[in-house]
Design a protein around this ligand. Structure first.
Ligand code: FE2
Length: 241
């Protein structure tokens, strides 16, 4: 936690995105701790969406009657926040479904709403959609974790000009380039998965990591996606790819 705070202090991010699984069991105390930590990261904008761990698992009454109560108490009422400034359009999508608990889903209505918002983006804005479960996986064994509705989401959001689709859930950081047809031309976009920032739940020998996404310095230049891993020997996050 201290290393991540130092990284944020050094990098001064404009926007901090929390792509879900902020807590382990969605308990009030866990959300309160997460919020205290989030408040220590000074940034003009914070965008958080719930992951499946952010809705109660064992308390079935709470899961079905008020699944987002603790999330909202700490991170605000909005489960699908949007940030829009001259550099960025970032659209959060709630892909948790309390009745499925772990499996995520994006509905046709959500896909349409996001596509419409993407189509209204201003020139110069990098267009980012944030979901929890992945829309694209790199390992066969992760196919079961794919977001339900991902094919339609990729097709429609690609066509609507999305640049990046951020996700988490499977503790495995990677970037996959994809393409869509937009206005008769090929439009490239990227799926950017976050690893585990802070918890001890990591995949195999993958380190704790965060992604840093930098806006292009000049219009037409590429943006960059950097993965920073926690290096125990330095007690610091360092860029690795
Ligand atoms: Fe998850």
């Amino acid at each position: 936690m201290a290393a991540l705070l130092r990284l944020a202090q050094a990098q001064q991010p404009d926007i901090v995105v929390w792509s879900g699984d902020i807590t382990q069991r969605a308990r009030r105390s866990q959300f309160a701790a997460a919020r205290r930590f989030a408040d220590e990261i000074k940034a003009p904008h914070r965008l958080a969406i719930p992951g499946n761990h952010d809705i109660p698992l064992f308390n079935v009454a709470a899961r079905l009657l008020a699944p987002y109560a603790n999330f909202r108490r700490s991170f605000g009422p909005e489960l699908e926040p949007v940030i829009s400034n001259p550099q960025w359009l970032v659209i959060g999508v709630n892909t948790t479904r309390p009745w499925h608990h772990k499996d995520g889903e994006v509905s046709a209505a959500q896909i349409d709403r996001v596509a419409a918002r993407l189509n209204e983006a201003q020139p110069g804005q990098i267009k980012v959609v944030v979901v929890h479960q992945p829309v694209c996986v790199t390992l066969d064994k992760d196919r079961k974790n794919l977001l339900r509705g991902h094919e339609a989401a990729l097709a429609q959001w690609g066509q609507a000009g999305v640049d990046l689709i951020l996700g988490g859930h499977i503790h495995l950081p990677y970037v996959v380039p994809l393409k869509a047809l937009r206005g008769g031309a090929e439009h490239p976009f990227w799926v950017v998965q976050a690893g585990t920032a802070l918890s001890s739940r990591v995949r195999g020998n993958t380190a704790n990591s965060v992604n840093l996404i930098r806006h292009p310095a000049l219009p037409g230049q590429p943006l960059s996606i950097e993965r920073w891993d926690f290096k125990a020997e330095q007690s610091a996050f360092a860029p690795v790819s």
